[in-house]
Design a protein around this ligand. Structure first.
Ligand code: GDP
Length: 482
């Protein structure tokens, strides 16, 4: 995690468009969500005449590394790592059942600790290879982590009940996965049921651009039953095939880098965090930092609660010995000394405090038009919500036509109904995305969420006004509103 352009602008209290303009005049193109490199930060600091002590993750990480890597040869030894899977889908379509079935089917009866523990992630074996499942079904965890920059998931499984078909949260799940650019496998669940109609599921999803392989598309549809266990082995095999295509590699010989999946304060054990190792090997005795937490790893536990000495890339592991409870999505790294660990954690705390203090709108319409005018933004991502299908289609049609030679409108998602928290989550996870409402409004709660996520919501009662605004943004002509 490095510093993004808009975060930098927030910090120095300047409009983001000014920062982008400055960078542009230096001959470098940045959009507000791009990460700044060190040189640019220094040049900007000079231009704006301020003293910047960058305290973001990557900076601190580099700083830590500078100490850490001294005298060490760094020949990379890349080996295959376990794929990390997240299961999403509509409520009651069987996410939990599927996760439970896979876990219990794959754990030999009588193994220590039983299989009742929930630590946020678990690993199973198939054909001598490992697969890690994130054990917190639902979209929130996925988008929350992603909006924090954590990319833990390699493949998303979208569960669709064969007797119920595509539902609103199915669509959401697909949108989340698409926005994150993560491959999707469809598990057509509840195949044991009389009313199961997998062809209807296929047809409905094909309409959303998720076309089955056997219909000439690119997506694997695996019929399963979380009740009888039918198709589960096929599903695991499909995951491995997809993982092969992704060529997931990591270097177990280096220091650990992991992502916190879940954390809690437990009586008698203190702060406990479940992490998934991204790179390197995690070992007992490692000195680590994770967000504002640091410490020497006292013990590592696997997903069955058994004590282990180490965890390899792609593997989930429970970490004991941290000073505090880190946040989900925090990066954990190992460092050489306790001093460095403390320093890092302190910097992170300082960074978070600053960020909290200088929370400003993530994106505003005049920022966007300035960015487009400067050629810094190539597409304008929008989410459209409307009251009726007819209006939605009309708006979609008109927006698709709006483009100038450089810029076009990218419809991230479009749907009927009010503006929801999920829309805000999707918008905040995509760069510079705005939400356009037609005859629909966000509730107070959603407004609050949007505000704190820095997402702009614009609502309209006249289609022409909506089109006009977007056209103005895209042509970069909108007069700045002060
Ligand atoms: P979630 O909300 O997506 O996590 O769904 P659950 O896993 O809680 O499942 C919802 C309901 O569907 C529960 O009553 C499950 O027992 C049932 N269910 C889940 N999978 C299957 C299946 O493959 N076949 C049948 N018959 N029922 C299932």
């Amino acid at each position: 995690e490095e510093i993004r352009v808009y975060e930098f602008a927030e910090k120095i209290n300047k409009p983001v468009s000014e920062v982008i303009k400055e960078l542009f005049s230096l001959g470098v193109m940045f959009t507000k969500n791009d990460f700044l490199d060190k040189d640019s930060i220094e040049i900007l600091a000079e231009t704006f005449g301020i003293n910047v002590t960058t305290v973001n993750d990557q900076e601190a990480f580099d700083y830590v590394k500078a100490y850490d890597d001294e005298g060490e040869a760094s020949d990379q030894i890349l080996v295959e790592r376990a794929p990390v899977i997240t299961i999403m889908g509509h409520v009651d379509h069987g996410k939990t059942s599927l996760l439970d079935y896979i876990r219990s089917a794959k754990v030999a009866a009588g193994e220590a600790g039983g299989i009742t523990q929930h630590v946020g992630a678990y690993m199973v074996e198939k054909n001598g290879r490992n697969i890690t499942f994130i054990d917190t079904p639902g979209h929130e965890a996925f988008t929350e982590m992603r909006s924090r920059g954590a990319k833990v998931t390699d493949i998303v499984i979208v569960v669709v009940a064969a007797d119920d078909g595509v539902k609103p949260q199915t669509k959401e799940a697909i949108e989340h996965a698409k926005a994150a650019n993560v491959p999707i496998i469809i598990a057509v669940n509840k195949m044991d049921k009389e009313a199961a109609n997998p062809d209807l599921v296929k047809a409905q999803l094909a309409e959303l651009g998720i076309t089955p392989v056997d219909w000439g598309g690119e997506h694997e549809f695996v019929p399963v039953s979380a009740k009888t266990g039918m198709g589960i082995e096929d599903l695991l095999e499909t995951i491995l095939l997809q993982a092969d295509l992704l060529e997931l590699k990591a270097d177990p010989s280096r220091e650990v880098k992991a992502t916190v999946i879940e954390s809690s304060l437990e009586k008698g054990r203190g702060p406990v965090a479940t992490v998934v190792v991204e790179d390197g090997t995690m070992r007992v005795g490692d000195i680590v930092v994770a967000g504002v937490a640091f410490g020497k790893v006292k013990a590592l536990l696997d997903d069955l609660g058994r004590s282990v000495k180490e965890a390899l890339p792609g593997e989930p592991v429970v970490v004991l010995g941290l000073s505090e409870v880190p946040g989900a999505g925090d990066t954990l790294i190992s460092v050489k000394t306790d001093k460095i660990a403390r320093e890092y954690a302190k910097k992170k705390a300082e960074y978070l405090r600053q960020k909290e203090l200088s929370k400003t709108t993530k994106v505003s319409l005049d920022d966007l038009s300035a960015m487009i005018a400067e050629g810094a933004l190539k597409t304008l991502p929008v989410i459209i919500k409307a009251d009726v299908q007819g209006s939605l289609e009309a708006i979609k049609g008109s927006l698709e036509k709006i483009r100038n030679s450089e810029t076009k409108v990218n419809i991230v998602s479009a749907g009927i109904g009010g503006i929801t928290e999920s829309d805000v989550a999707i918008a905040s996870a995509s760069s510079d995305c705005i939400i356009l409402g037609f005859h629909v409004r966000p509730t107070g709660v959603v407004k609050e969420k949007a505000k704190s996520a820095g997402v702009e919501i614009k609502t309209y009662n006249i289609i022409y006004d909506l089109i006009d605004d977007v056209t103005n943004i895209v042509t970069g002509l909108m007069a700045p509103v002060i």
